[in-house]
Design a protein around this ligand. Sequence first.
Ligand SMILES: Cc1cc2nc3c(=O)[nH]c(=O)nc-3n(C[C@H](O)[C@H](O)[C@H](O)COP(=O)(O)OP(=O)(O)OC[C@H]3O[C@@H](n4cnc5c(N)ncnc54)[C@H](O)[C@@H]3O)c2cc1C
Length: 518
Amino acid sequence: MVRTRVSRRGFLEGALGAVGALVVSDGVGSAAEAAFGRSTRAPWNRLAAGLDGRLVRPGQARYAEAALLYNSRFAGLRPAAIAFCRGSDDVARCLEFTHAHDVPFALRSGGHSYGGYSSSPGLIVDVSALDTVEVDPRRRTAKVGAGAQLIDLYDAVARHGLVVPGGTCPTVGIAGLAMGGGVGVLARRYGLTCDHVVGARAVTATGDQIGIGPDSHADLWWALRGGGGGNFAAVTSFRLSLEAAPPLALFSLQYPWSRAAAVLEGWQHWSATEPDETWSSCQLFSQGTAGLLVQVNGVYCGLPDELERRLARLAGLVGAAGSTFVGGDDYLEAMKVEAGCASLTVAACHTAGQWPGGTLGHTAYAAKSSYVGAPESRERTSQWVAAVERLAREAPSLGGGLAFDGYGGAVNRVASDATAFVHRDKVAGVQATYSWGSGSSPDEVAAGARWLRWLGADVIDPAEGAYVNYIDPTLTDWARAYYGSNRARLSRVKAAYDPADRFRFAQSVPLPARGSSV
Ligand SMILES: Cc1cc2nc3c(=O)[nH]c(=O)nc-3n(C[C@H](O)[C@H](O)[C@H](O)COP(=O)(O)OP(=O)(O)OC[C@H]3O[C@@H](n4cnc5c(N)ncnc54)[C@H](O)[C@@H]3O)c2cc1C
């Protein structure tokens, strides 16, 4: 099967591909070292001695790689140490250490936080070694270590003829994805990843190791399904419910740019009224020097000839596509196509330097998100198209644009207060991104930043909300945007499990305001 499509992961990488030029250093002499390191080596040494896993400090071998997040715009961050935990006791020891020594910390799973919130000037508590996936095919569940990467989860469940709705990027960690929601190609058919979290285990702020589910800490279970990572407790494993693998058919339709507004307008109506089996994304994309692209990509849970009928309906609304690609595929292969690593082995679908045999790179990017509440008019879709043209004009060599991911189906059948994920009435999620490479001019990168700011102020409607998994440090009213009517309840869960606000970062769920009755 020919695989000519810009994958969803490729969308973030823009026209530039993964960025090779990371600014890495061994961290010696860093601010973090000065603040939490040099004068206090003995406690760090004691922590290292007490862990089953490895503690990596500035100046030690592989510190630079250990400190890296996926987004290479954060390559300059210099944590005082990274603890590669090997079990929940290690996680508990790390939390106790940070408390005893008043050291800031961040939890890290796959390291894909858009805001860099899985790094810290103090200790990174890394759970990536907690990556086992134990499938129970009879019960159709899997116990998944909080550090498992998506490609390994897909691989493990596919071996049993099972699937779980996930996300695009093969190296995203299950912890961040599931706790923020988890929107992927199976979402309209089976719901979000968080809708499949039937239980979890976690270490709390007080060091207790607890089981979480409908019958135990049910309020925390509610909050962990959409309330976002890093807020309430350190999760060490999840129990996920799985589905029998359906046949899958993939498609990618590309259109001339002159029809972009009509395609986006028609696609919204089509996507919203398709059966649950059809999932798709409409992308308006400036590919740097390769020009502008509008495409509709998707995955259908069914056979290719049924998909052809679905696409004929789309063609009736938006006209014929310039190029079409349709083909059946199995689940793992389909996930690899979406991940942009179709021709690679599972091992190769990991990050180079961080996984044996991994070949994938890092990307520097910035993003914003919003939602489409109801299909928008041609006037509005023309505004979106003009926004991408503006990016192409002002930052002509950068990649970026807008991706509209279909919601509806099983996502929207869950009540907005049944889990902490509130956005259950949307037609589509919107993600705006631009990305750059080591060769990009600083002026163009600055132009990209101006574009995103302008988009956030003048084009995106803040009342429609934002997706916490595309966490956006520039958003002002972020708690309302991410959590809407669920935010007071999230604050109450925060107060119950982390009253001292130890799990804290710039956009962590706030404690209830003093004097408030929530
Ligand atoms: C290339 C790319 C493609 C993506 N595609 C999709 C997609 O298709 N669908 C989608 O829904 N999202 C997608 N995302 C967004 C992704 O879901 C979020 O960035 C997610 O939060 C990343 O999880 P992580 O574990 O990799 O990141 P991390 O940075 O490790 O963690 C994210 C947050 O969770 C916290 N956290 C980490 N581990 C734990 C733990 N054990 N316990 C408690 N808190 C913890 C961190 O402190 C941080 O605040 C994509 C991101 C990228 C970069």
